[in-house]
Design a protein around this ligand. Sequence first.
Ligand code: ATP
Ligand code: MG
Ligand code: MG
Length: 379
Amino acid sequence: GATLGVLGGGQLGRMFVHSAQSLGYFTAVLDADPDSPAGRVSHHHVRTAYDDAAGLAELAGLCAAVTTEFENVPAPSLATLATRLPVSPAARAVGIAQDRAAEKAHFVACGVPCAPYAVIETAEQLAAVDARLLPGILKTSRMGYDGKGQARVADAAALAAAWERLGRVPCVLEQMLPLAAECSVVLARGRDGAFVHFPVQRNLHREGILAVTEVHAGNIDAALAAEAVRSAHAIADGLDYVGVLCVEFFVLADGRLVVNEIAPRPHNSGHYTIDACDSSQFDLQVRTLCGLPLVQPRQHSAAVMLNLLGDLWFDVAGTQRTPAWAEVLALPGAHLHLYGKRDAKPGRKMGHLTFTAADARGARDAALAACALLGIEAF
Ligand code: ATP
Ligand code: MG
Ligand code: MG
């Protein structure tokens, strides 16, 4: 009957709440939105900002342990909570993941290759940028997600204009790399250093937002997949990380593997684990938070996950509609997850759809049929 807390009331918090409740825990969500997806399904809902002292004290009073689902929860709030109860992941690890400059320095320290980059915090650093980093992508160091806070820049003039447009905030400039593919590893690490991971996921992004995740044998070269797991393990160990962590990678045209970024929480590319693995990334988040045993998860079905963005809730004329769920659910192996968000907006993550099958072909065929029914571009 203990209560587990989560900072953030979005879909990740909602799926954490589902897992926690099925293991018999009560839940408490902290999110200022009175109608948040996780708050609506939780036993307790503290409706304050993430840095509100009274809200944090109320959460600490309710809970036996606290985790986070929102990447940009102020690290000091985690540190405050940690003076009263177990918090994972820790403020330090989350703080590093929240800052692209610190994150990249950590990759370098762990000996894991990342894109060539420069930190741009001053006009002097901007002027001194190595021309070999161009064309590149300028990313704000903090608060970016789903490709927001980024600009693709071809030359020094475009770089200067983009930094201006982003408000001259601290940024990182990365060299634009020729990508052959993208993949990610979701892992869980316990307080004792125990390490388990899900299979390497292959991800397709559209306009900076994850669109499709495929996980099945032969999806990623075995040697590359093993390297991705080793690198993810090193990154987690280096942070003394406790909890669920996602590490995103690029596979370059020349076959090299390069780390992109980390997310200190379950990840959109790991949603397929709910339906295709014997324990999900949210189950492992609960286990790491409570110090329960970590067992290497096993994928029992090939899986393809489609993100359901708000765009699907509008027809070509811009009129709101309900997507054709009944037809989608007639396809074999369909698992529909809707997050209970009331207003659909283009680009907003409203839900996801996972297809499981005995083999890759079956999962892909059903997912492609769903794409045709829903008006999602084929992959
Ligand atoms: P997320 O929602 O995953 O946190 P984000 O806003 O933090 O996204 P990134 O992961 O940094 O953004 O970049 C988004 C996408 O842009 C990547 O998945 C990749 O497709 C592309 N991209 C980012 N950096 C590079 C790069 N250096 N070279 C080529 N493509 C890149
Ligand atoms: Mg990111
Ligand atoms: Mg990313």
